[in-house]
Design a protein around this ligand. Sequence first.
Ligand code: SAJ
Length: 434
Amino acid sequence: MNAPFDANTVLGRKAPGVPEPEHQVAVIGLGYIGLPTAALLASFGWSVCGVDVSRRVVETVNAGGVHIEERDLDKLVREAIAAQTLVATTVVPTASFYMIAVPTPLGPDSTPDISYVEAAARAIAPKILPGACVIIESTSPVGTTERVGAIIAELRPDLVIPQEGGTQEADIALAYCPERVLPGRIVNELVHNDRVVGGVTPACAERAAVLYTSFVKGDCLYTTARVAETVKLVENSFRDVNIAFANELSMIADVIGVDVWEVIRLANRHPRVNILQPGPGVGGHCIAVDPWFLVAGAPEAARLVRTAREVNDHKAVHTAAKIRALLKAAPDGKVALLGLSFKPDIDDFRESPALEIAEALAHTHGERILVVEPFTEELPGAFDATGAQLVTLDAALRQAEIVVVLVDHTAFRHLSPQDLAGKLVFDTRGMLRR
Ligand code: SAJ
C-alpha cells in the first residue's frame, strides 16, 4: 500500500478555510459540466485542478477565459484563476477527490461509448492514493462505476477497491453522482438542485458527500451507484417520452386538422394533465442521447423509451417535409428559418433538430434558404457552397415569402402579425401563440 495521502505535496496550494487533506479536487473534463463545477468548487474554497486533453481549453482557462457560453461562468472562472484556487492542466494530478466529467457519446447503432470515462480511470489509477475518492458525473450506462473500479483494480493491485456488497474495507471510495443541470442555468442549478449521491458502498457515498455538501444547497440523497446511474437515465427518458407525446400529438393534429396548441392549452386545464410543448424535434446532448443508454441496458424491455426516441427523431423529418411543401407552394419565394440552436437563448447546437433541418434544406434549396441565428456569427461548415445565407431578422423579413420559427429565441418573440403579413408562416414552437 502507498504512503497515506499528503495534501501539501500534491497540487502545491492550499485552499483557505477548508481542512486538509480534504481540499484538493481534480476535475477531469472541462466541458459544459466539468468547467462550471470546477470553478464553482474553487469559489467554495476548494483547491481545484481542472484536467482536459485539449491544450486550447487548458490555455484558455488558465488565462481566465472560457470556451463555452454559459451564464455567470466567465466571472466564476476569471475569479477562481485570479485567486489561484483553479488551475488547468493536461495531466491528471494526485488529489483527494477525482471528478470525472468527460463526454459519453453514442457509438455505432446508438450504443453508449464510455471510452473517455475508461481513459479517465486509466489516467487516475497511477496517481491515486489511499483515502481518495473517485466520482463519476458523466451520464453513463448502468454498470459504468463498477467498470471504473475494475480498471483501477487492474492497474493498482496494491489497493482494495470498493465493491457493492463487499465486506473488505476499501482503500479508496468510488461513487456515481449525476449532474442534472439545465444548460443556460448550469451555475445556479449546480448549487440549488438536489443531488443523488450513489456510493458503491455506503462508506463511498459518505465520502463523496463531503464534496457535495460543501456547495450544494439542495438536498443530497444517498443511494447505490447503480441506482444513481439509472436515476440519471430515467430522468432524461421521462422528459423524452413526454416531449414525444407532445410531438406525436402535433403530427396527429396535422392529420385530423386541429390546432395542437389550442388542444394542449385546453387539455392542460385538467388538474392531472400537463402536456409538454411540441417542437421541431428534440436536441441537445442529453435528452436526445441518454434514453438510448437505457435501451442498451434492456433492449427488449425498453419499448416505450425506444419508441419515444424514434418519434422525436422523426419529428425533425416531418418538420423538414412540411417546410419543403411550403417551398413548393411558393416556388419563387425564399424561406426565413428562425433559429439553429437546440433550444432558445443558448449558443449550443449539439444534436439540434433546427440545425439538422436547416442543413438538409440548404442542400436541396440553396439560395432560397435564409437563416437567422443571433447566437452565431457564421453558418457551420456544412452550409458551405450551398448558397444558404445567415442574415439578420430584418433582412430575412424583407426577403422571405415563407417564415419558419424553429427556435423561440427571445430575439424573435416580438414578431407581430404585421411583421408577418402576407407571408406563409410555420411556427414549430407555438411561439407566435404566446
Ligand atoms: N423540448 C421540447 N418541448 C418541451 C421541452 C423541451 O421540444 O416541452 C426540447 C427542447 O427544445 C430541446 C430538448 O427538448 O431541443 C431538450 O431540452 P430541455 O430543456 O428539455 O433539456 P436539456 O437537454 O437542456 O437538459 C436536460 C435536463 N433534464 C431534464 O429536464 C430531465 C437537465 O436537467 C439535465 O441535467 C440535462 O438534460 C443533462 O445534462 O442531462
